[in-house]
Design a protein around this ligand. Structure first.
Ligand SMILES: O=C(O)CCC(=O)C(=O)O
Ligand SMILES: [Fe+2]
Length: 263
């Protein structure tokens, strides 16, 4: 009898390969976009951050990725959430999302334009000096913004799915060197970035302001997903408790990363 052939050595587990992300175009010109405060120092919106066409391309591309339904086994202290997720470390994509879109420009130089509905720096004939602007940027973002967290998360919520109330943690990470001549940068996350790729019924991201003496019962702030809208909210020690409300119709697709500053 022929000897049993030896089982081939188990193949090394294939690492999840980096997605072949569709190009980030068409995009609206950065000049047409603004970073609008919803709650100063806490929540900002960029409407039309990604174009409708691009969001359609992305939602159908992302549906081809191996999303997994959570919860698997919910860990202690984890928010109750039910959605389909995909997660990948992709520094190149994070850098593209930061630099080729309007995000970098809005976050580093145009973050206060809309604070009073107009660009007040020019009113008295003076422009804020670039060092004053940089200082205000550091205050707001918790440091000089370097880019986005390479940890890219994709969520799909179908009807009945949601993300229960929670706080987002700040995380330490090391940004890879942009080229062979530079060094890796120790960094930390300070703000959450959510980009809504679809609209849906329900599915609002809802923030719950802390009661104060002046307002013991503040109204929750609900953001309804809009195609292509980006939302930035402060996280870590200054995070507001928030949730992703249950989707009642359609699908809610979200791309999640975080703003990163030096540590
Ligand atoms: O999907 C949402 O609306 C919220 C997501 C969220 O809170 C998170 O990713 O931490
Ligand atoms: Fe969150």
């Amino acid at each position: 009898m022929a000897p049993k052939s030896k089982k081939p050595d188990p193949k090394p587990q294939p690492k999840t390969t980096t997605p072949n992300w569709p190009p980030l175009r068409p995009l609206l010109p950065a000049a047409d976009l603004t970073l609008t405060p919803l709650l100063t120092d806490q929540i900002y919106l960029i409407r039309n951050f990604l174009s409708g066409t691009l969001c359609k391309t992305y939602a159908s591309y992302l549906a081809s990725l191996p999303l997994t339904t959570t919860p698997g086994a919910p860990k202690k202290d984890e928010a109750l959430r039910v959605n389909d997720r995909f997660q990948i470390d992709d520094a190149r994509f994070a850098e593209m999302l930061w630099s080729t879109t309007a995000l970098k420009e809005l976050v580093t130089t145009r973050f206060e334009e809309d604070e009073y509905g107009y660009d007040h720096a020019e009113d008295d004939g003076t422009r804020s000096s670039s060092s004053a602007l940089a200082e205000r940027a550091r205050q707001l973002w918790g440091g000089e913004p370097l880019g986005l967290n390479p940890n890219i998360r994709i969520y799909r919520y179908s009807a009945g799915q949601f993300f229960g109330q929670h706080y987002d943690d700040a995380n330490n990470l090391t940004l890879p060197p942009p080229n062979s001549r530079s060094k890796a940068t120790p960094a930390r996350t300070t703000w959450t970035l959510l980009v809504y790729l679809t609209s849906c019924t329900g599915g609002e991201t809802i923030f719950y302001p802390e009661p104060t003496r002046a307002n013991r019962n503040p109204e929750p702030i609900a953001v309804a997903p809009e195609v292509g809208m980006a939302l930035l909210h402060r996280h870590g020690d200054h995070c507001m408790i928030h949730e992703g409300a249950e989707v009642t119709g359609g699908e809610k697709w979200v791309l999640r990363s975080d703003l990163v500053v030096p540590r």
